[in-house]
Design a protein around this ligand. Sequence first.
Ligand code: 5GP
Length: 251
Amino acid sequence: MTAFSLGSLLYEGKAKRVFATDQPDRVAVEFKDDATAFNAQKRASLAGKGACNCLISALIFEVLERRGIATHYLGLAEERWMVVRPVQVVPLEVVVRNIAAGSLCRQLPITEGTALEPPLLDLYYKDDGLGDPFLSEARLERLGVVNPDQRQAIGEMALAVNLGLRDLFGSVDLELVDFKIELGFASDGSLLLADEISPDTCRLWDRRQSDSSDRILDKDRFRQDLGGVMEAYGEVLKRVQGVCPEPRVYG
Ligand code: 5GP
């Protein structure tokens, strides 16, 4: 590493590792090539996925930052690495759905592909052991992981992210079906968009393809054994790079 030295491993998740650095209020995130689905019951290693998702996330964080959305992202380091502000992660998976797909269609009689206007905001409790259960507003209040003001700020940020992502992906013929974000509180108490935004966390359908399988350019290719996972992720990266400036390097 150039602008900083790595410290101890702070956290290891399914797709990322987070390390302390020698700088205050800075941590380094390594994007792994590991792919998991169905609560890690399905696993694989996909060469190049970490680098691809790191770059896509960096470009997207910069797009969202320019739209006034506060993120944890500070800059890229080496391939597969970015430097971010540490946050106290809110144990919620915040999902926004523009088009019905995935669990929504498994759980409710809604046909895949149905437009959802206004978009649906679904909150899940982030706990692999419990299978990330869906939260009603009453359950969220009972859980007490966020107060009402924080709940409101999370909803507003999720919808602002949705608008930013829809504009970005729409400009390169990608339909943003749905996505999951995670948020956290920085040391000064501010709410930051955290984690990553990539084809691992978004459903993206290619508007240039009409076939219902060929159009999938996201983790559903891995979940559904459709093949061509890295080709799809690479296509998303290429299109996003085509409309974004080079991401900044940290330090
Ligand atoms: P669904 O509720 O249909 O499983 O997922 C909705 C959206 O959130 C999809 O874009 C999906 O990729 C994303 N998502 C939901 N849960 C997770 C998760 O635990 N990990 C990742 N990477 N994405 C998730």
